[in-house]
Design a protein around this ligand. Structure first.
Ligand code: GLC
Ligand code: CA
Length: 555
């Protein structure tokens, strides 16, 4: 376990959309370096940078063709060295994306592997003979179609959980694991401070590849069956800790979809020496419908509450997030991005980041950036959106309806350029960014909020200052109260001498809050709120305004 994971507050940077310093439309290393003072001002002490490695970019960099080289579109290795050096001088640690479930098909390991069944790289990937002239199983890929792709040279199929251009590495081959550990060591020696491990729950598969009974909407087997949380997963994670992580005090954060809180313990229980924390995906499914996240379903606050109740109680440490580069914008999904954008963005931050775990802020959420009203599919620039759109058309859905359904929860919502100021390019740095700026940048931008006392940005700063001044937010117990309220989420963080009471209304109307009878209110102090509140006492009944949040200290 790293020694600092409990004190980390992490800002996630989607590099291509953060800041462009040479006007080529793509964010870069120097853009991050230039922005370190801003990042520091939020109260964070680490950044996680999404993949910047050599890549043909069919999945925006999650398809890597050389683990130890940077993609020149983001700058040079020297630029990156400078970024790491300067970040450290600001007291900001640097976490990189470890994408080790798969590579690009343009990685030289794969280029050699596909040539024959007997060379040094033949078993670096998962190859199977055809069965009766067909793919070895009905497994589907996350990005559509079969998870198997045929290669004439070998007369075999290879397995790809994601796109066909993202072949899965064969972790059961110890040479693969050693090669990955070597690359991790290369980066750690360079001075990086840890990894966010992409798709880590999938690295060990059940290599029998049985037919899957449960089918996706295209008629293929659901991709996570037989692939998530497979037989040797924890053995490999512990090995990775022993061989690499423990030597560097490096933080290890896992992306583990399709993983429940019981399984989560196997990853993060400190005595197991695997990872420090994983991203809980359950909140990402509260608005799923029949077609997964292509749906008109709205989330229920009570579902979020029971997920937090379970994970905060049963998992020793959590990664606290509600959005990232794969999800729509937090305020559009869980708050109200119109009338109560400011209030609900603040409430969601207090609700999330005062829980027990490490806060992750995705770039732009600290100013309440919203979803985008994309006009056409081409504007989303995403393989996942393309696939979902195509699937809907094949199901007979009309084009405009398909676009409406796809864009609602599309990951492109989070990928538009960071809104720095109100100039024509939103201060991103280029007139023709690789993906268009959200046209609300004149109202929503960093510059404006820096000068505004009641801004979302200033609320984030206060919130993180508060969090770091009371150790109870790190080690205190978590408890849900008033569990039958339909639109107010209430919880406490408490230790021997202090209780923090956090009240969060998800209602767009006024709503009555009755203070929980199990707490003592003799000495209370209001520490944070998103409306003007007079006095420090917690009244027996409080009428909360739309999306109101309050944080009280009781002792
Ligand atoms: C993870 C990444 C996502 C990517 C996928 C395949 O889920 O966050 O952006 O498409 O893995 O690498
Ligand atoms: Ca650039």
């Amino acid at each position: 376990m790293s020694s600092w994971y409990k004190n980390a507050t992490i800002y996630q940077i989607y590099i291509q959309s953060f800041k462009d310093t040479n006007g080529d439309g793509i964010g870069d290393f120097r853009g991050i370096t230039e922005s370190l003072a801003y990042i520091k001002s939020l109260g964070v002490n680490a950044i996680w940078i999404t993949p910047f490695f050599k890549s043909p970019l069919i999945d925006n960099g999650y398809d890597i063709s050389d683990y130890n080289e940077v993609n020149p579109i983001f700058g040079t290795m020297e630029d990156l060295d400078e970024l790491i050096f300067k970040a450290h001088s600001f007291g900001i640690r640097v976490i990189i994306d470890g994408v080790y479930n798969h590579t690009s098909d343009e990685h030289n390991w794969f280029e050699k592997s596909k040539q024959s069944k007997c060379n040094d790289f033949s078993d670096f990937y998962i190859w199977r003979d055809p069965i009766d002239g067909h793919a070895p199983s009905n497994a589907g890929s996350v990005f559509g179609g079969s998870a198997w792709e045929y290669v004439e040279e070998r007369k075999q199929y290879y397995f790809h959980l994601f796109a066909a251009k993202q072949p899965d590495l064969n972790w059961d081959n110890h040479q693969v694991r050693e090669a990955i550990y070597d690359s991790m060591t290369f980066w750690l020696k360079k001075g990086i401070d840890g990894f966010r491990f992409d798709s880590i729950c999938f690295i060990s598969k059940d290599q029998n590849f049985k037919q899957v009974d449960q089918l996706n909407s295209q008629g293929y087997g659901l991709n996570y069956i037989g692939t998530a949380n497979g037989p040797n997963l924890h053995k490999y994670l512990h090995e990775m800790y022993e061989k690499v992580l423990k030597k560097y005090d490096a933080i290890a954060i896992g992306e583990a979809s399709r993983t429940n809180s019981v399984e989560a313990n196997l990853y993060v229980a400190p005595e197991r020496q695997e990872l420090d924390m994983i991203f809980n995906f359950e909140p990402m499914h509260v608005d799923d419908g029949e077609n997964g996240n292509i749906s008109d379903v709205n989330f229920k606050m009570s579902d979020l509450r029971s997920i937090y109740d379970n994970w905060e109680k049963n998992v020793p440490w959590n990664a606290l997030y509600l959005g990232n580069h794969d999800q729509p914008r937090i305020v559009s999904r869980f708050g109200d991005d119109k009338r109560y954008r400011v209030e609900s963005a603040k409430m969601l931050a207090a609700m999330l980041y005062l829980q027990k775990g490490t806060p992750f802020i995705f770039q732009g959420d600290e100013i309440g950036m919203t979803n985008v009203n994309f006009q056409q599919l081409e504007d989303l620039k995403d393989i996942d959106a393309d696939n979902k759109y195509r699937t809907l058309l094949n199901q007979g859905v009309g084009k405009s309806e398909a676009l409406r359904l796809v864009k609602k929860n599309a990951r492109s919502n989070a990928r538009t350029p960071m809104q720095w100021d109100s100039s024509i390019d939103a201060g991103f740095g280029s007139k023709n960014p690789w993906i268009n700026v959200n046209n609300n940048y004149r109202e929503i931008n960093v510059e404006k909020q820096c000068n505004e006392n009641g801004s979302i940005l200033s609320f984030y700063q206060k919130l993180f200052a508060l969090r770091s001044s009371y150790p109870v937010f790190i080690n205190g117990d978590f408890n849900i109260l008033n569990a039958s309220d339909s639109s107010i989420l209430t919880y406490t963080r408490s230790d021997e001498d202090k209780t923090m009471l956090i009240i969060c209304s998800f209602d767009d109307q006024k709503v009555r809050f009755c203070r929980p009878s199990e707490l003592k209110y003799n000495d209370s102090k209001l520490l944070l709120s998103n409306y003007e509140v007079s006095g420090d006492s917690v009244d027996q009944v409080i009428v909360l305004k739309p999306y109101e949040t309050r944080v009280y200290l009781l002792q």
